[in-house]
Design a binder for this molecule. Structure first.
Ligand code: BG6
Length: 486
């Protein structure tokens, strides 16, 4: 019998995760083209009509380009990682990071998305970043597409709704695989690929205002991304020796709100809708439960001959996902709502919530790990998890973020439990090791970092970096390979 150990395996990949549009800044430097994220403006909380503020219409994009919109676009500025990457990576190294998840900004490399040749300056930037990481033995984990599409692809093709974008993407993927094949082994294709079904603009650069059946357009765009993801997986395996390619899901573990069978069926339905995206990547085919969903929503997915074979032949090596919260589903139309990153549910009375109303559920992470592992039997990688919170800088400059430590400790404890349950978990990159611009609200004040960045919601501040209490705590966690969580 294999001995059950409640400990992290040797070589466990501890680190942190970011996305280009939330940290880099330099949105128009060195030949970078505009991307969809550059069009998302900051809306103060009091003026926001929903929890998230990231969809943009065509008319708005045109007005922005014409200079007719007086607003701040925080994702253009990020936290200026473009000029601070050396300092930031040195701080990650000080914490002992084994890996760092970052995304490439597609429009930095192919400014229009459909260009024939890449922008050398863009490629050089990531060369420098990878070299810096490797200098400290930090393994890069690279997402090809994280919530940004070259804007030209949106305006000219309606983003991923158009099949031609598959070719532009595989050209981009091939370019970066060839360029970085000796530097990067771990790749993710699309960040939170399921988000395309919730915000088509964010997930796929798709504008839905003229769509007769918006859901159909979103799922068609998802199909194009599935094919592109499989083709990119194929290319990575051919080009990069030992490449490991994963898909990435915003996992929304959904409980039934009660033991009423109607709630149980509703929760099962929600989980299936969410896991559809990993099913295709891991099993290489559409699950049968989607047929009914497509039929009831009048959705016809147009597939080309050969698509099914591509999906089947190039499945992923591992499953990665983000986990911030669990949700509860009810079949009844009543009930107090809870917030979430794009999806909410009904309130779970057993759970506390973050400052942004996201329900904190560490044990749900153990459940999620067990559930995903028994479904796919593939290595799992948690590539996002963390607490967005307001931080206070004390008079002596210190930041005592014990709430963040508490959140992370409880989740890491549950990861250990899941490992003892038999789950093959290969790594953990907490979200936003350095404060960055929020994806859903474009706020700076929603902070996740171990490293504080002096910048407020209005872009004011020195951009100076400083270590929070959690910085020293996470350093110890990594040093002891997750043994010392106190
Ligand atoms: C995930 C995204 O949904 O959640 C990240 O992949 C994002 O890009 C993170 O930042 C946290 O969400 P938010 O809205 O708090 O930034």
């Amino acid at each position: 019998m294999t001995e059950v150990k409640k400990q992290f395996p040797k070589g466990f990949l501890w680190g942190g995760a970011t996305a280009a549009n939330q940290v880099e800044g330099a949105y128009d430097l060195d030949g970078k083209g505009l991307s969809t994220a550059d069009m998302v403006k900051f809306i103060p909380k009091e003026e926001r009509t929903q929890d998230h503020a990231l969809d943009v219409s065509k008319a708005e994009i045109e007005a922005i380009i014409a200079g007719k919109v007086d607003a701040r676009f925080p994702k253009r500025e990020g936290v200026d990682f473009y000029h601070h990457y050396k300092e930031d990576i040195a701080l990650f190294a000080e914490m002992g990071f084994k890996t760092f998840r970052l995304s490439l900004n597609w429009a930095r490399i192919f400014p229009n998305g459909d260009d024939k040749e890449p922008n050398e300056k863009g490629l050089e930037f990531y060369d420098k970043v990878f070299d810096e990481l490797l200098k400290y033995d930090i393994e890069p984990l690279v997402t090809l597409s994280h919530y940004e599409t070259p804007l030209n692809l949106t305006l000219k093709y309606n983003g991923w709704a158009d099949r031609r974008v598959i070719g532009f993407f595989t050209n981009y993927a091939e370019t970066v695989f060839k360029r970085y094949k000796n530097k990067v082994k771990y790749w993710l294709t699309f960040n939170e690929i399921n988000v395309i079904s919730l915000s088509a603009y964010t997930g796929g650069g798709v504008l839905l205002e003229d769509a007769k059946n918006p859901l159909e357009v979103s799922y068609q765009a998802a199909h194009h991304q599935f094919v592109a993801s499989a083709l990119a997986t194929k290319l990575a395996h051919e080009i990069i020796p030992g490449a490991q390619v994963g898909c990435m899901l915003a996992r929304m573990a959904t409980y039934p709100a009660t033991n009423n069978p109607d709630d149980i069926l509703k929760a099962q339905y929600e989980n299936q809708q969410n896991l559809f995206f990993t099913d295709v990547h891991a099993r290489g085919e559409y699950p049968s439960f989607m047929n009914r969903f497509f039929q009831e929503n009048d959705i016809q997915i147009v597939k080309e001959i050969g698509d099914d074979e591509i999906l089947k032949a190039h499945t992923v090596d591992f499953i990665s996902f983000s986990y911030y919260m669990s949700l509860s589903a009810t079949a009844s139309p009543e009930g107090d709502r809870s917030a979430g990153n794009l999806m909410g549910g009904v309130k779970n009375e057993y759970l506390e919530s973050s400052d942004w109303g996201w329900q904190i559920d560490p044990k749900g992470l153990r459940w999620t790990l067990n559930d995903l592992y028994s479904r796919y039997e593939l290595p799992l990688f948690i590539v996002e998890n963390g607490l967005g919170a307001y931080d206070k800088v004390e008079e002596d400059g210190k930041i005592h973020d014990d709430y963040r430590i508490e959140y992370l400790r409880k989740h890491i404890e549950q990861m250990k439990e899941a490992i003892a349950d038999g789950v093959d978990l290969i790594g953990y990159t907490s979200w936003g090791p350095i404060d960055l611009v929020s994806a859903s609200t474009s706020e700076m004040s929603k902070r996740y970092g171990f490293i504080y960045v002096d910048q407020d919601d209005w872009g004011k501040g020195t951009l100076e970096r400083s270590r929070k209490d959690s910085f020293f705590w996470y350093k110890k966690v990594i040093e002891t390979n997750g043994e010392d969580l106190d």
